[in-house]
Design a protein around this ligand. Structure first.
Ligand SMILES: Cc1cc2nc3c(=O)[nH]c(=O)nc-3n(C[C@H](O)[C@H](O)[C@H](O)COP(=O)(O)OP(=O)(O)OC[C@H]3O[C@@H](n4cnc5c(N)ncnc54)[C@H](O)[C@@H]3O)c2cc1C
Length: 579
């Protein structure tokens, strides 16, 4: 074994760092390795803008937050998990305050909250529009207090080591040297984030390639609810950069090419006059993204080289409000679109934003593989069901990062050391990486071309609307892409920061994730939340009030099973906000 720790965490974003602190606090004798393919502060959490939801105002209640989450998720959320989540979210945000997070304040000193899509009460805490930056910084600084937390910055995990029915660590490449090392552990927590890069237009950073979803699948742990992919209605057309929902929370309006607030023509599940949500623009993300598709069909959008767009209008808010509440939005528009939202309309289109599905875990982050845990966007607990409400993800990674850290610490305290399988698996992985990828010279396919084909296929067949035919075709094409992937050869055979190697590994992870999304979407013959089948337009609680669990057999074929949804207090009802 090249390195070893009691607990190894894959991912240095919000979930990973929160889990690391929890392990250190639970049992200070445990050693913790935090492995991240980028420097932790570059993790995607840093780019979260809008805020984090937790009940704080006297007119709000935990039940209200739970109900909004469950109905927003179209009743696919496990309600025991949601109840734990809403109860612990305020404690986590206060804890962050004590660790130094500068939450924005009301003039009288109270924590400020803003409205957010689908939340019927104001409960979204924020730090201007740089919430993720401050949250991640706070967690990062706090981890520095613990000597037992050892960081592996810019190390890329390629495989989980599994033997005797449990996990024993990971194999990772140190990107600076190209050294391939085994890092042993009694427990491993996957905190490696989402997989938006499976699609061509996404708010997600380049590094969000679903690596740990594929690692879990390959190790025999199932993924849950992979067909539920969230589109955010307001991304910049070319880059996919997010214009935060906070812009609409502050009063921004969506207009079509005729200058018309087109959302008034659609059923957003929000009764007029949107008393608490303030405006139709704060309807749920899935419904807003679907309305965009209908505007395209009606010819009421504006064509650009990057596809059709509508516009977000902030001009009436004025310079002072935009500077005070949305400074980052203004900066992004100026830098990336050469426009100023104080004077100009912002072109926007729906872009992939968040993965509701992920590694199947219980309420403490435990997967079905002994010793393996998961938390954050990579995991599916599930509190997000068929559609996540904006600002629930940051508190989710705090609540379940902590829970997974505590559970992994308890497990590691009693677990034995790594078994004999470890060395052999590490050698096998080293051989695979060097022989099949790094030093391979015969191959005709290019990673970038295959990636583009996969992304376009996913947008066309597993996007905002899907049909059985297009999904079945996509499943076949993905199998072909997997075959063609075997025929790739890299142009760069050096070991130091070989980005071609990591891009190839990421593509192979993404192909697994794409196959899982398509397989689950094909079998779910209903429409619910972010999964809209034009051939099955209604929700079907008889057959599908259930989570899909997808397994990958060693031969590479997929199997889907269903698991009942946990209902505690809110029986399935019509999806209406603002009651
Ligand atoms: C632009 C944007 C804005 C958002 N705004 C909000 C918001 O306002 N409110 C809200 O609640 N949510 C928001 N979200 C969602 C939320 O930010 C994310 O879901 C959440 O931050 C994910 O955190 P994480 O810790 O799970 O993963 P990340 O922060 O994505 O961290 C993943 C970590 O895993 C590591 N990793 C991945 N693969 C490997 C590998 N193979 N080897 C080693 N390390 C690996 C990475 O280096 C990284 O450290 C936003 C998302 C985006 C994209």
């Amino acid at each position: 074994m090249d390195h070893s720790h009691d607990v190894v965490i894959v991912g240095g974003g919000g979930a990973g760092l929160r889990a690391a602190i929890a392990v250190a606090e639970t049992d200070p004798r445990l050693s913790v390795g935090v492995i991240s393919k980028v420097y932790p502060m570059r993790s995607h959490t840093v780019s979260a803008e809008g805020g984090a939801a937790a009940v704080i105002r006297p007119d709000d209640s935990l039940d209200d937050h739970a109900y909004d989450t469950v109905s927003g998720g179209d009743w696919l959320c496990d309600q025991d998990a949601v109840e734990a989540f809403v109860a612990e979210a305020p404690q986590e945000l206060f804890r962050l305050e004590h660790w130094g997070c500068p939450w924005s304040r009301e003039p009288d000193g109270r924590i400020a909250v803003r409205p957010f899509g689908g939340m019927k009460k104001m409960r979204t805490w924020f730090a201007a529009d740089k919430t993720g930056f401050h949250l991640l910084h706070t967690l990062f600084q706090t981890t520095l207090k613990y000597e037992q937390v050892v960081r592996y910055d810019e190390w890329f995990v390629t495989r989980l080591i599994v033997g005797d029915g449990r996990v024993h660590g990971v194999v990772a490449i140190e990107l600076r040297s190209g050294r391939i090392a085994a890092i042993g552990a009694k427990a491993v927590i996957l905190c490696a984030g989402g997989c938006g890069r499976v699609y061509p237009f996404t708010t997600n950073a380049n590094i969000k390639t679903g690596d740990a979803m594929a690692l879990a699948l390959r190790a025999g742990a199932p993924l849950k609810d992979m067909e539920f992919v969230q589109y955010h209605p307001t991304g910049l057309p070319f880059t996919g950069i997010l214009i935060t929902e906070a812009a609409r929370a502050e009063g921004g309006r969506l207009i079509n090419k005729d200058g018309y607030r087109y959302l008034q023509d659609y059923d957003l599940g929000v009764p007029e006059p949107w008393p608490v949500l303030r405006s139709m623009e704060l309807g749920p993300r899935d419904r807003l993204s679907q309305a965009f598709v209908h505007e395209v069909e009606k010819g009421r959008t504006t064509d650009t080289p990057y596809g059709p767009v509508v516009h977000l209008d902030l001009r009436h808010l004025g310079r002072t409000t935009i500077n005070a509440r949305l400074p980052f939005v203004r900066e992004l528009c100026r830098e990336y679109e050469r426009i100023d939202p104080v004077e100009d309309l912002i072109p926007v289109r729906p872009v992939v934003h968040y993965m509701m599905g992920g590694v199947h875990t219980d309420i403490d982050g435990a997967t079905s593989l002994e010793g393996l845990y998961a938390a954050g966007e990579v995991a599916c607990v599930s509190i997000n069901g068929a559609n996540r409400l904006g600002s629930n993800s940051l508190p989710e990674l705090l609540v379940f990062g902590r829970r997974a850290g505590q559970a992994a610490a308890a497990y590691a305290s009693g677990a034995g050391g790594p078994g004999p399988a470890v060395r052999a698996q590490a050698d096998d992985e080293r051989h695979r990486l060097e022989h099949d990828l790094l030093f391979k010279t015969d191959g005709h396919e290019h990673v970038s071309a295959l990636r583009q084909e996969m992304q376009d296929l996913m947008e066309d067949s597993a996007g905002i609307y899907r049909t059985g035919d297009s999904l079945a075709k996509a499943a076949g094409t993905l199998r072909e892409l997997r075959e063609r992937f075997r025929d790739t050869a890299l142009g760069d055979h050096s070991r130091t920061f070989n980005t071609q190697l990591t891009a190839a590994l990421e593509l192979s992870f993404m192909l697994d994730v794409a196959e899982a999304i398509v397989a689950c979407a094909l079998l779910r013959e209903e429409s619910r939340g972010a999964h809209q089948r034009t051939d099955f337009p209604a929700r079907d609680d008889q057959r599908f009030l259930a989570h899909s669990l997808i397994y990958r057999d060693p031969g590479g074929s997929y199997r889907v099973e269903y698991l009942p949804v946990t209902i505690t207090r809110w029986p399935p009802g019509e999806r209406v906000y603002g009651r």
